[in-house]
Design a protein around this ligand. Sequence first.
Ligand SMILES: [Ca+2]
Length: 249
Amino acid sequence: MRLMCGPSAQFRQAHNLGGGRATFWLPGTNRAFGIRGDIHASKGPGDRGVRTRRGGRHDGTDSGGGAMSTAAWVTTYANVDSRGGDERVTIRDVSETQHEMVVTFDDGTIERYRFDVMEGMAPRTPRITDIDGRDGEEVLVTTSAGANTMRFRILTRAEGRWLTVKGSGNRVFDLWEGGGMSAASRYRCEGTTLLTVNATLDSNGRTYSGKVNKYKLNGAKVDWFNTTSFSGVAKNDPVLSYGTGSCAR
Ligand SMILES: [Ca+2]
C-alpha cells in the first residue's frame, strides 16, 4: 500500500492541525492518521512506518536510536449511530499511557472516551463491529499491542455515552488476538454470538488444544453461555481462524 502525504486540506482543517504536524491518508481507504513533531525518517509503506520526534514531550531527548515510531492519531469513518451519514472516529494519544476516542457527528457533536493503554503504544485504527446485531456499532479499541498479541476493549454507545463492555464479575471484557507460535488467541462472530478462542501449542510442537467460549452481548455486558474444548488441531484449522471480519459492520 502506498503511503500518501500532502495537502489533505480537509483533514488539516478538521483537526485544526498547525505547523509541526503532518497528516497522512491511506489511498483507497477512509483512514488517515497524523503525527506531531519533526519527521526525520520514513521507512515507507504502512501506517506505523513513520518515525518522528515528538515535539513538546521528548524534544531533543529521543534522537538517534531512541526515536519513537508513533502516530499521534488515527481516524476512520463509520455510522456509529445508524442514522444519517458516517461519523468520524479518531483515536489520539493523550499521554504515554492513555488514548482517547473522539467521535464527531454530522451536527458537530463530539463524544469522547478515554482509556488506558500499554505505555508508549501508538494509536491504532479502531475496529468497527456489530456484535449484537442491533442498531449502532460497537467499537474495538486497542489497549495493548505486543510483539504478537493485541488486546482490545469493546465500547458500546448508549444514550450518547460510550460504555466499556464488561463480563462476569463486572470486569472489563477484553478480546485478544495473536499468540505467536506457542499460543493462539482469536475472536470472531457467528450471527450475534461472540466467540473467543484460546489455545496452546501441544507438546508435539505441531497442534493446538484449547477452548472456545461463546457469549451474547446485551447492552454493555457480555453473558457467557457455552464452552467447548478442542484438542490436536492444526494451526490452519478453522477453529483457529481469525475471522474478525465476521464481527465487522
Ligand atoms: Ca451517523
